[in-house]
Ligand binder design. Structure first.
Ligand SMILES: Cc1cc2nc3c(=O)[nH]c(=O)nc-3n(C[C@H](O)[C@H](O)[C@H](O)COP(=O)(O)OP(=O)(O)OC[C@H]3O[C@@H](n4cnc5c(N)ncnc54)[C@H](O)[C@@H]3O)c2cc1C
Length: 460
């Protein structure tokens, strides 16, 4: 390998992670080639695929800042201050995510974000190749074979190293698995999702409170809605795939047609129903999306290939962190590649740094599903949240709410997960059998905090 080769890389997938990684490396003078199976979304419109909009949090924004992409992305973002919980009896309650408007998350349109990042990658000097679906890889020869799905034309490309940013169904991962066992395991959630739309109001504004992530929690299932900057909301209904034994709850097995969906909304989401005029058509048009967690024991093959983002660690979407985590991966991999000329060592160090953190956020994302669909309107949960806020005031920097550690800080996910477990035990113990903060044994709870939690310093 000559000096020029040592600063060149081939990325598979020009989605969110592929486009950001390309930008980060091209800005450092690397030769970057990105191969994407779809057409250029800037020419033919965004083809979609996964969710229509996404929650962007501090980790993602921090990564975008490394590529000077944050300002461009934020022009299209809608602030979400907290969860607007819609209870079964029609009440609404805003549960703030943070202390004030400096601690919020942002709703962004996936297509717009992808296009912004593709433009930045190209401006930074990356070469983007569309209509190139990775098909097979000869790792020994260093040759990757691509297909143009418009005419089934094939193209063989020589490579030194491949980065798999090709998402949950990664073709590079499949090719790597044919060469070596990556220890792959996929756990399906048993629940899927369907996307629907709330259009703008007649006056062109938003039909419901724009600066919130709306949730209709209903026990084993739920609906959520995130705002879009064109004044619409994308509604996502999450349901079990199969009917429960008692047949009490809806599922994708029982709610099959647009008419079934309308009946479900009339019964369980009556305040949302009038907001979704095309419910039946949306239902019939959009197939349900499967949800799963992907675990791998290994993310790379020597210096030849490495995986990141969903290709390495797809997760369920309930913490709104899949993209944020993928963006952190990009910064970490770029840093390792730039500082470490030995490619295999860079991939190894990247995997060692990121794998425990990906596993931590995967676990927290699964836990958050139960919280969102079943607990946000539960009195025990609300008292624990009240105590969490009180302890944050009593022990600043030491007791930091779970959601803040994941969403507003840059500490490793694994550390956030460990501390959250400790804090959850403290909250549950202190509130057991109690109805209000007035009944809390403050001496005991303060002692538990001081004993079990040290002062937390953010990573930057
Ligand atoms: C319903 C839902 C809601 C979500 N909400 C959030 C959220 O609020 N916040 C958040 O942070 N995350 C969220 N996520 C997760 C987020 O979508 C993913 O983590 C993120 O898209 C991962 O980015 P990626 O670049 O790794 O993969 P992708 O975005 O999937 O990009 C992969 C790219 O590779 C291309 N590709 C695929 N196969 C090939 C091939 N063989 N050859 C060439 N190219 C190929 C694809 O066309 C695509 O462009 C959500 C996910 C879902 C399903």
């Amino acid at each position: 390998m000559n000096a020029a080769d040592s600063r060149s890389i081939t990325i598979i997938g020009a989605g969110l992670a592929g486009a950001l990684l390309a930008t980060l490396l091209a800005r450092e003078g690397w030769r970057v080639d990105v191969y994407e199976k779809r057409g250029d979304p800037r020419l033919q419109g965004y083809e979609g695929g996964r969710s229509i909009n996404l929650a962007l949090a501090e980790r993602g924004r921090h990564a975008l800042r490394q590529a000077d992409a944050d300002d461009a992305v934020m022009t299209q973002a809608v602030m979400m201050r907290g969860r607007m919980v819609h209870t079964s009896d029609g009440r609404q309650q805003l549960q703030r995510y943070g202390r004030d408007d400096s601690e919020v998350i942002w709703s962004i349109h996936r297509g717009d974000l992808n296009i912004t990042l593709l433009n930045l990658a190209e401006q930074a000097g990356a070469a983007l190749h569309f209509h190139r679906r990775l098909d097979t890889v000869d790792f020994d020869a260093g040759v990757a074979d691509f297909v143009d799905e418009r005419d089934a034309g094939r193209q063989a490309i020589g490579f030194d190293s491949l980065v798999g940013a090709d998402g949950a169904g990664s073709s590079l991962r499949a090719a790597m698995m044919r060469k070596t066992d990556l220890g792959e395991r996929t756990e399906f959630l048993g629940h899927s999702y369907k996307e629907l739309e709330i259009p703008p109001a007649a006056d062109g504004g938003f039909l419901i409170e724009p600066n919130a992530l709306h949730i209709w929690p209903r026990g084993r299932y739920m609906c959520i809605a995130l705002p879009n900057d064109e004044k619409t909301f994308t509604v996502t209904l999450f349901l079990p795939n199969e009917a429960a034994a008692d047949n009490a709850d809806p599922s994708f097995a029982t709610v099959r047609s647009g008419a079934d969906a309308r009946a479900l909304f009339e019964r369980d989401f009556p305040d949302a129903l009038p907001l979704i005029p095309d419910l039946e058509a949306d239902w019939e048009r959009n197939p349900p999306g499967l949800l799963a967690t992907l675990y791998l024991q290994r993310w790379h093959i020597d210096r030849r290939a490495v995986l990141l983002g969903d290709a390495a660690h797809a997760m369920v979407p309930f913490h709104g962190q899949g993209m944020n985590c993928a963006f952190e991966d990009c910064v970490a991999l770029a840093r390792q590649l730039i500082s470490q000329p030995d490619r295999a060592a860079a991939f190894s160090a990247f995997e060692a740094e990121r794998k425990p953190n990906a596993e931590a956020i995967q676990a927290m994302a699964l836990e958050n599903y139960v919280e969102m669909r079943d607990r946000v309107d539960d009195p025990d949960f609300l008292l624990q949240r009240e105590l969490e806020r009180a302890l944050q005031e009593r022990h600043p920097g030491r007791f930091v709410p779970h959601y803040s550690m994941v969403t507003f800080m840059l500490i490793p996910y694994a550390l956030a997960h460990r501390r959250s477990e400790i804090q959850r035990r403290i909250l549950v113990d202190a509130t057991r059998g109690r109805d209000s903060l007035a009944q809390i044994d403050w001496d005991a709870v303060d002692a538990a905090v001081m004993q079990q939690l040290d002062v937390l310093v953010d990573a930057a």
